[in-house]
Design a protein around this ligand. Structure first.
Ligand code: PMP
Length: 430
C-alpha cells in the first residue's frame, strides 16, 4: 500500500502544478465527517470536499440511490433519451429555489458551468451584454468564471484576455472598511462613468462570499441591489454554489434577506459529491435561450440526479437546516472564546448557519492579515488529525465547512483540535 508521502512525490511528478492542494493527505476511505488516509490515519473533515458533502461522506441513502441507478443505466444523455429523474429534480428545484414562480431549471455538471449558463440565459433574455460582479467574488475557473471572479492571484493571472463587458464593483465588507452604502455607490458610479445600466444584463452576487473569505452580504444591501436591478431591468443572479443546500441554516443563503433572484446557480451540495449543477430561474427568463443553445453531453447525469434526489430527502428528513444552525452556534461560540483569549491573533469571527469563519491577524491592534499563521495552522491541524480549509482575499481566513450530518461530539472534537493547533501554530510562527 503506497503511503501518502510516496503518493505525494508521484503527484508532484505527474500532475500539473496549477492544480494546487490544501493538504498532502491521500484519502482512502471516508464516512460522514471522517476521512482515513492511505497511511491509515483518521482525520475529522472540516472541509466537506469544499462545501460539497453537506450530507456527509457515503450517506447510506445517497449510496443506495446511486447503486440503484447504476444498475438501471449510467448514461443515455438527457438530450437524446430523457429520463424522469432529471424532470422531477427540475420540479423539486423549481419549488424551492429563491425565485418567483413559475420557475424552470436546467442541469449541467460543475459550478463554473452553471455560472456560464446563467450568464448566457441572462444575455439571451435581456438582449444586453454587460455583467456586474463583485470584488472578492468567486464564480469558477472557466473564461467567463474568471472574468467575473474578483481576485487576480491565483485565479486570473496569466489567463487573459477575458470576455468583455464584465464590470467589477466593491463588495460590502465592513471588516475591511467597505460599507453597503459605499458598495452601492460604486455600482452607481459604474453606471455613470463606465457603462449605461441599459447595457447591463445581470448583476451576479454570492449571498455569502465563499472563496473570497466568508463575508456575508448584508441583507439590506441585497434588498437595495434587488431594487436597483428592478429600476433598470437588470437581472439578479444569486450564485448559491457554496451557500446552497442548508449550509447557511436555510436551504439557500438568499432566503435570509427575503430577496428573490431572477436566476440562481447551484452545485456542490446539490448532489452530495456527484458532479451536478443547476440553474433555476423565472420561467420566462429560462426560456429565452433557443432550443439546442443549452445543455451538454453529461449535463444532468442520471447518477447525479439520483444522488440529488436522495440529498434533498436527507436534508428534509434529518432537518439539516436546523443542524446547520446548531453546528454554527458551537463553532462560533468556540471561535469567539478564542478571540477573547490571550492568543491575540483573531481579527474577526463570523458566520451564517454553519458557514463560519475565523479571520487571523498578526495582532488585533494592527488587524494585519496573517496568511503565514493560517498556513501553519492548516499544517498543524493536519498533523493533529483535522482537515481545514482557508479562503479570503488575503489568505488569512479559516472557513469551517463541517458536514451537516456531523454529531456535536465530532464537531466538538474538531474544535478541540482546532484550538490546540492554533496555539501550536502561533508558537511556531512567532
Ligand atoms: N461559484 C461559487 C460561489 C463557488 O464557490 C465555486 C466553487 N468554489 C464556483 C462558482 C465554481 O464551482 P466549480 O469549482 O464546481 O466549477
Amino acid at each position: 500500500m503506497p503511503t501518502s508521502a510516496e503518493l505525494h512525490e508521484r503527484r508532484q511528478a505527474a500532475v500539473a502544478r496549477g492544480v494546487a492542494h490544501a493538504t498532502s493527505i491521500y484519502a482512502k476511505r471516508a464516512k460522514n465527517a471522517e476521512i482515513w488516509s492511505e497511511d491509515g490515519k483518521r482525520y475529522i473533515d472540516f472541509g466537506a470536499g469544499i462545501a460539497v458533502v453537506n450530507t456527509g461522506h457515503q450517506h447510506p441513502k445517497i449510496v443506495a440511490a446511486v447503486e440503484e441507478q447504476l444498475k438501471a443505466f449510467s448514461h443515455v444523455c438527457f438530450q437524446v433519451t430523457p429520463y424522469e429523474s432529471y424532470v422531477s429534480l427540475a420540479e423539486r428545484l423549481n419549488a424551492i429555489a429563491p425565485v418567483e414562480r413559475p420557475a424552470k431549471t436546467m442541469l449541467v455538471s460543475t459550478g463554473a458551468e452553471a455560472v456560464e449558463n446563467a450568464i448566457k440565459i441572462a444575455r439571451a433574455f435581456t438582449g444586453r451584454p454587460g455583467i456586474v460582479s463583485f470584488s472578492g467574488g468567486f464564480h469558477g475557473r472557466t473564461l467567463m468564471g474568471m472574468a467575473l471572479t474578483g481576485k487576480v492571484v491565483p485565479y486570473k493571472k496569466g489567463f487573459g484576455p477575458f470576455p468583455a463587458d464584465v464590470y467589477n464593483v466593491a463588495f460590502p465588507n465592513t471588516y475591511h472598511g467597505v460599507t453597503s452604502e459605499e458598495s452601492l455607490a460604486s455600482l452607481k458610479s459604474l453606471f455613470k462613468y463606465v457603462a449605461d445600466p441599459s447595457s447591463i444584463a445581470a448583476v451576479i452576487v454570492e449571498p455569502v462570499q465563499g472563496e473570497g473569505g466568508f463575508y456575508i452580504a448584508p441583507f439590506d444591501f441585497l434588498r437595495a441591489l434587488r431594487a436597483i436591478c428592478d429600476e433598470h431591468g437588470i437581472l439578479l443572479i444569486a450564485d448559491e454554489i457554496q451557500t446552497g443546500f442548508a449550509r447557511t441554516g436555510k436551504m439557500f443563503g438568499l432566503e435570509h434577506s427575503g430577496v428573490k433572484a431572477d436566476v440562481v446557480s447551484m452545485a456542490k451540495g446539490l448532489a452530495g459529491g456527484f458532479p451536478l449543477s443547476a440553474i433555476t430561474g423565472r420561467a420566462e427568463v429560462m426560456d429565452a435561450a433557443n432550443p439546442g443553445g443549452l445543455g451538454g453531453t453529461y449535463a444532468g447525469s442520471p447518477i447525479a440526479c439520483a444522488a440529488a434526489h436522495a440529498v434533498l430527502d436527507v436534508i428534509e428528513e434529518e432537518k439539516l437546516c436546523d443542524r446547520a444552525n446548531a453546528i454554527g452556534a458551537i463553532i462560533l461560540d468556540r471561535c469567539n472564546k478564542i478571540k477573547n483569549s490571550n492568543l491575540n491573533c483573531v481579527g474577526d469571527v463570523r458566520g451564517l448557519g454553519a458557514m463560519c469563519a475565523i479571520e487571523l491577524v498578526k495582532d488585533k491592534a494592527s488587524a494585519e492579515p496573517a496568511p503565514q499563521l493560517t498556513q501553519a495552522l492548516m499544517k498543524t491541524a493536519n498533523e493533529n488529525g483535522l482537515i481545514l480549509l482557508s479562503c479570503g482575499t488575503y489568505g488569512n481566513v479559516i472557513r469551517f465547512l463541517v458536514p451537516l450530518t456531523a454529531s456535536d461530539t465530532i464537531v466538538g472534537e474538531g474544535m478541540d483540535i482546532f484550538e490546540a493547533s492554533l496555539t501550536e501554530a502561533v508558537n511556531r510562527v512567532a
